[in-house]
Design a protein around this ligand. Structure first.
Ligand SMILES: C[S@@+](CC[C@H](N)C(=O)[O-])C[C@H]1O[C@@H](n2cnc3c(N)ncnc32)[C@H](O)[C@@H]1O
Length: 240
């Protein structure tokens, strides 16, 4: 019963995302480069090991995957999205990029990624979420699921809208109203949640606020081996 309810919720969210992006996937990359800030810094910081596997959750049009595959030519790339409309645009972009052999796309829900994963692939050296958590209803669950897919010593990289904490409050208010029109909700408690995850799972997080808090970036490192003493390491803050 629980499974059926989860599948229905997932289908409803896929419909909503298709509705949001159906008319926009063609102009998405052109318009988003002006306000999805911090994506390029995330890609530069990935630094996967040679031959490593990298997964983008909520890959949209595959803009990030293409750029990451060019930046890190020794790695294998995977990406999934819940929206079939976005994946259509992503497949077209891959074909044009000439990188289709190095990037595998599939459809899936970040709240239950294992269900969609190619059967031969189970773990990743790097996983990233770019401006996606703010659209996932159970975003904490999605982070836990992503962390479970990391190889020992792997890293989860996140970039998303922050709280614009160092920008004027009228700007903050207008931005939040505008984002809500697209079903985007910046995750105010993301940093606190990652601290909790550190305590639970022995991960270590770095917090990198950018553009006066307009975007927040995080790097979450999974332990090289499973912790035996339940020790926790708190989130380290770096200004960007
Ligand atoms: C703002 S776009 C970002 C796309 C891309 N990551 C980028 O940085 O350009 C958010 C993407 O997350 C996807 N998404 C939202 N909820 C999702 C979920 N539960 N599982 C997988 N993808 C999801 C949407 O379909 C959309 O493609």
């Amino acid at each position: 019963m629980e499974d059926i309810l989860r599948t229905r919720a997932s289908d409803r969210h896929a419909d909503l995302m298709n509705h949001v992006y159906r008319s926009q996937s063609g102009i998405y990359d052109l318009t988003r480069k002006y306000y999805l800030l911090g994506r390029d810094q995330l890609i530069e910081a990935l630094d996967p090991p040679p031959g490593g596997r990298v997964l983008e959750i909520g890959c949209g049009t595959a803009r990030n995957l293409v750029q990451a595959a060019r930046t890190w030519p020794d790695a294998e790339f995977y990406g999934f999205d819940i929206s079939s409309e976005m994946l259509k645009a992503a497949r077209k972009n891959l074909a044009q990029s000439g990188l289709a052999e190095r990037i595998t796309l599939f459809q899936g829900d970040a709240e239950n990624p294992a269900r969609a994963m190619p059967p031969t692939v189970r773990k990743f050296d790097r996983i990233f979420l770019s401006f996606c958590l703010s659209m996932i209803p159970d975003w904490q669950g999605a982070i836990r699921q992503a962390a479970a897919l990391l190889s020992p010593g792997g890293e989860l990289h996140i970039v998303d809208f922050g709280q614009s904490e160092r920008l004027p409050s009228p700007f903050r208010w207008i931005l939040q109203q505008w984002l809500a029109l697209f079903h985007v909700e910046p995750r105010k408690h993301l940093r606190r949640f990652l601290d909790e995850l550190n305590a639970e799972a022995g991960t270590r997080s770095e917090f990198i606020p950018q553009y006066r808090g307009y975007s927040w970036r995080f790097v979450v490192e999974s332990p090289a081996t499973a912790p035996t003493d339940g020790s926790s390491i708190r989130t380290k803050v770096r200004s960007g």
